[in-house]
Design a protein around this ligand. Structure first.
Ligand SMILES: [Zn+2]
Length: 202
């Protein structure tokens, strides 16, 4: 903490508030000498005096401790920019996961079809046929498990009634009927059933 900077800031704000050192001290129940010491950077206001002091100078404690005005607009703007950036990143990550889901779904389906096709037409030995069909079924099932897992993990669902955005339970995703990526589920907030749309960010 830069005590001299804070001191100069207190002086500046005190003058803007139209107060003398004595008047400020009186309102805080301390002497003008104590105020003078703060302003010269020789000491810091006691923590118990910080809130009333900030009230009299029309500043926040954060501003007192940094020794300068922090424009609320700047602060807000930076926070919003940061938030937007995070949302963009999240949307991108979730879009990738959903693409991965499509790719895994297609690959496992294709692999299973090839195996079952081969078992039906190309392979004649009985146990090879059984083995190929079993492997095809296992790959297909594994593909579905991974795809449902990704569908659950990527993004959120939005309730059309109350617009709540939420992550459903795994169970809800597995057992709900769906059209494309919209699933018929019960909203955890308003309790209504309906087709909830998949969205990429909260
Ligand atoms: Zn709802």
């Amino acid at each position: 903490m830069d005590q001299e900077k804070i001191g100069a800031f207190i002086t500046e704000r005190r003058k803007q508030a139209g107060l003398t050192q004595a008047a400020l001290g009186e309102q805080l129940g301390i002497t003008d000498r104590a105020v003078s010491k703060w302003e010269r950077g020789k000491s810091m206001p006691d923590p118990s005096l910080m809130l009333p002091l900030c009230g009299l100078l029309h500043i926040t404690v954060n501003e007192l401790l940094t020794g300068e005005r922090i424009s609320m607009e700047d602060y807000q703007k930076k926070a919003e920019e940061k938030l937007l950036e995070l949302q963009k990143q999240e949307a991108l990550n979730n879009r990738r996961l959903l693409w991965l889901e499509v790719v895994i779904g297609l690959l496992s389906t294709a692999a299973a079809l090839v195996m079952i096709f081969a078992a039906s037409f190309a392979v004649t030995l009985f146990w090879w046929r059984v083995g190929l069909i079993a492997a095809g079924v296992v790959i297909y099932a594994a593909g579905i498990v991974v795809a449902v897992r990704l569908e659950h993990d990527a993004g959120y669902y939005e309730c059309p009634h109350c617009h709540a955005r939420y992550v459903p339970t795994m169970r809800a995703v597995v057992f709900s009927p769906h059209i494309g990526r919209s699933r018929k589920m019960k909203c955890p907030r308003c309790g209504q059933r309906g087709y909830h749309r998949k969205i990429l960010t909260r």
